[in-house]
Design a protein around this ligand. Structure first.
Ligand code: NI
Length: 176
Protein backbone atom coordinates (compact mmCIF):
# COMPACT_ATOMS: atom_id res chain seq x y z
CA UNK A 1 0.00 0.00 0.00
CA UNK A 2 1.09 3.56 -0.56
CA UNK A 3 0.13 7.05 0.45
CA UNK A 4 -0.57 8.94 -2.78
CA UNK A 5 -0.18 12.70 -3.29
CA UNK A 6 -3.55 14.51 -3.18
CA UNK A 7 -4.28 17.07 -5.90
CA UNK A 8 -5.27 20.48 -4.57
CA UNK A 9 -7.39 23.28 -6.02
CA UNK A 10 -7.00 24.96 -8.45
CA UNK A 11 -5.29 21.95 -10.12
CA UNK A 12 -7.17 21.58 -13.45
CA UNK A 13 -7.07 17.77 -13.19
CA UNK A 14 -9.70 18.07 -10.44
CA UNK A 15 -12.08 19.31 -13.16
CA UNK A 16 -11.88 16.02 -15.10
CA UNK A 17 -15.06 14.03 -15.59
CA UNK A 18 -14.17 10.51 -14.43
CA UNK A 19 -14.94 7.42 -16.53
CA UNK A 20 -16.92 4.38 -15.39
CA UNK A 21 -14.95 1.42 -14.08
CA UNK A 22 -15.12 -1.44 -16.60
CA UNK A 23 -13.53 -4.22 -14.55
CA UNK A 24 -12.75 -4.85 -10.89
CA UNK A 25 -9.21 -6.16 -11.30
CA UNK A 26 -6.00 -6.23 -9.25
CA UNK A 27 -5.05 -2.72 -10.32
CA UNK A 28 -8.38 -1.40 -9.05
CA UNK A 29 -8.06 -3.28 -5.75
CA UNK A 30 -4.59 -1.78 -5.30
CA UNK A 31 -5.93 1.69 -6.10
CA UNK A 32 -8.70 1.25 -3.50
CA UNK A 33 -6.19 0.12 -0.84
CA UNK A 34 -3.96 3.11 -1.62
CA UNK A 35 -6.95 5.47 -1.50
CA UNK A 36 -7.90 4.23 1.98
CA UNK A 37 -4.34 4.58 3.22
CA UNK A 38 -4.13 8.09 1.75
CA UNK A 39 -7.49 9.10 3.24
CA UNK A 40 -6.73 7.76 6.75
CA UNK A 41 -3.32 9.41 6.69
CA UNK A 42 -4.65 12.85 5.65
CA UNK A 43 -6.95 12.39 7.66
CA UNK A 44 -10.31 12.63 5.92
CA UNK A 45 -13.65 10.83 5.71
CA UNK A 46 -13.95 10.57 1.92
CA UNK A 47 -11.74 10.47 -1.17
CA UNK A 48 -12.48 10.22 -4.89
CA UNK A 49 -9.96 8.61 -7.26
CA UNK A 50 -9.55 11.83 -9.24
CA UNK A 51 -8.17 13.48 -6.08
CA UNK A 52 -5.15 11.20 -6.47
CA UNK A 53 -5.10 11.83 -10.21
CA UNK A 54 -7.00 8.74 -11.40
CA UNK A 55 -10.07 9.66 -13.50
CA UNK A 56 -12.17 6.61 -12.57
CA UNK A 57 -15.59 6.51 -10.92
CA UNK A 58 -14.34 5.10 -7.61
CA UNK A 59 -14.57 6.60 -4.16
CA UNK A 60 -13.89 5.55 -0.62
CA UNK A 61 -15.66 6.74 2.51
CA UNK A 62 -15.14 6.01 6.19
CA UNK A 63 -17.01 8.26 8.60
CA UNK A 64 -15.05 6.69 11.50
CA UNK A 65 -17.92 7.42 13.85
CA UNK A 66 -17.84 6.23 17.46
CA UNK A 67 -19.91 3.13 18.08
CA UNK A 68 -21.76 4.67 21.02
CA UNK A 69 -22.79 8.15 22.19
CA UNK A 70 -20.51 7.97 25.22
CA UNK A 71 -18.14 10.87 25.42
CA UNK A 72 -14.84 9.07 24.94
CA UNK A 73 -16.09 6.23 22.75
CA UNK A 74 -13.32 5.49 20.24
CA UNK A 75 -14.02 5.92 16.52
CA UNK A 76 -14.69 2.69 14.66
CA UNK A 77 -13.41 2.07 11.15
CA UNK A 78 -16.09 1.17 8.64
CA UNK A 79 -14.52 1.38 5.18
CA UNK A 80 -17.00 1.76 2.32
CA UNK A 81 -16.17 1.52 -1.39
CA UNK A 82 -18.40 3.00 -4.09
CA UNK A 83 -17.75 1.97 -7.70
CA UNK A 84 -19.79 3.61 -10.50
CA UNK A 85 -22.20 5.20 -7.98
CA UNK A 86 -25.47 6.76 -9.14
CA UNK A 87 -27.96 8.91 -7.29
CA UNK A 88 -31.43 7.63 -8.17
CA UNK A 89 -33.40 10.10 -6.11
CA UNK A 90 -32.80 13.01 -3.75
CA UNK A 91 -35.16 14.18 -1.03
CA UNK A 92 -36.86 17.57 -1.24
CA UNK A 93 -35.80 18.37 2.30
CA UNK A 94 -32.29 19.72 2.49
CA UNK A 95 -29.63 19.64 5.15
CA UNK A 96 -26.70 21.94 5.71
CA UNK A 97 -23.27 20.64 6.62
CA UNK A 98 -20.01 22.50 7.19
CA UNK A 99 -18.03 20.75 4.45
CA UNK A 100 -14.32 20.47 3.88
CA UNK A 101 -12.25 18.68 1.26
CA UNK A 102 -8.74 17.21 1.18
CA UNK A 103 -8.27 19.05 -2.14
CA UNK A 104 -9.14 22.38 -0.49
CA UNK A 105 -7.13 21.87 2.69
CA UNK A 106 -8.25 23.42 5.99
CA UNK A 107 -11.09 25.41 4.40
CA UNK A 108 -14.70 24.85 5.40
CA UNK A 109 -18.06 26.22 4.30
CA UNK A 110 -21.72 25.37 4.72
CA UNK A 111 -23.25 23.54 1.76
CA UNK A 112 -26.92 22.64 1.34
CA UNK A 113 -27.79 19.28 -0.21
CA UNK A 114 -30.72 16.80 -0.20
CA UNK A 115 -30.94 15.35 3.33
CA UNK A 116 -31.45 11.82 2.05
CA UNK A 117 -30.78 10.06 -1.24
CA UNK A 118 -31.44 6.73 -2.87
CA UNK A 119 -28.22 5.54 -4.45
CA UNK A 120 -26.85 2.53 -6.26
CA UNK A 121 -23.24 1.42 -6.50
CA UNK A 122 -20.95 -1.57 -6.71
CA UNK A 123 -18.65 -2.55 -3.84
CA UNK A 124 -15.10 -3.88 -4.26
CA UNK A 125 -16.41 -7.45 -4.55
CA UNK A 126 -18.63 -6.42 -7.46
CA UNK A 127 -21.84 -6.67 -5.44
CA UNK A 128 -24.53 -4.20 -6.45
CA UNK A 129 -26.16 -2.13 -3.71
CA UNK A 130 -29.23 0.05 -3.80
CA UNK A 131 -29.97 1.85 -0.55
CA UNK A 132 -31.50 4.93 0.94
CA UNK A 133 -28.82 6.93 2.77
CA UNK A 134 -29.20 9.83 5.15
CA UNK A 135 -27.23 12.00 7.54
CA UNK A 136 -23.50 12.48 7.12
CA UNK A 137 -23.17 9.48 4.81
CA UNK A 138 -25.68 11.01 2.34
CA UNK A 139 -23.84 14.34 2.47
CA UNK A 140 -20.43 12.75 2.09
CA UNK A 141 -21.47 10.54 -0.85
CA UNK A 142 -22.93 13.55 -2.68
CA UNK A 143 -19.73 15.52 -2.05
CA UNK A 144 -17.55 12.67 -3.34
CA UNK A 145 -19.80 12.07 -6.35
CA UNK A 146 -19.42 15.73 -7.27
CA UNK A 147 -15.68 15.01 -7.67
CA UNK A 148 -16.51 12.44 -10.37
CA UNK A 149 -18.09 15.29 -12.35
CA UNK A 150 -15.16 17.65 -11.72
CA UNK A 151 -17.15 19.63 -9.15
CA UNK A 152 -15.75 20.86 -5.81
CA UNK A 153 -17.81 21.87 -2.76
CA UNK A 154 -16.67 25.47 -3.25
CA UNK A 155 -18.61 25.49 -6.54
CA UNK A 156 -21.81 25.38 -4.46
CA UNK A 157 -20.91 28.70 -2.79
CA UNK A 158 -21.54 32.24 -3.99
CA UNK A 159 -18.72 33.66 -6.06
CA UNK A 160 -17.85 36.07 -3.26
CA UNK A 161 -17.56 33.29 -0.69
CA UNK A 162 -15.62 31.08 -3.08
CA UNK A 163 -13.11 33.83 -3.89
CA UNK A 164 -12.63 34.57 -0.19
CA UNK A 165 -12.02 30.91 0.55
CA UNK A 166 -9.48 30.52 -2.28
CA UNK A 167 -7.69 33.67 -1.08
CA UNK A 168 -7.46 32.17 2.42
CA UNK A 169 -6.14 28.94 0.93
CA UNK A 170 -3.43 30.75 -1.05
CA UNK A 171 -2.46 32.80 1.98
CA UNK A 172 -2.17 29.68 4.12
CA UNK A 173 0.02 28.09 1.43
CA UNK A 174 2.36 31.08 1.31
CA UNK A 175 2.67 31.06 5.09
CA UNK A 176 3.52 27.34 5.13
NI1 NI B 1 -13.70 16.57 -1.55
Amino acid sequence: MAILPILEAPDPRLRTISSPVAAIDDDLQRLIDDMFETMYDAPGIGLAAIQVGVPKRVLVIDLQEPESDEEDAPPVKKPLVFINPEILEGSDDLSVYNEGCLSVPDQFAEVERPASIRASWMDRDGRIHEERLEGLLATCLQHEMDHLQGVLFIDHLSRLKRDMLMKKLNKARKAA
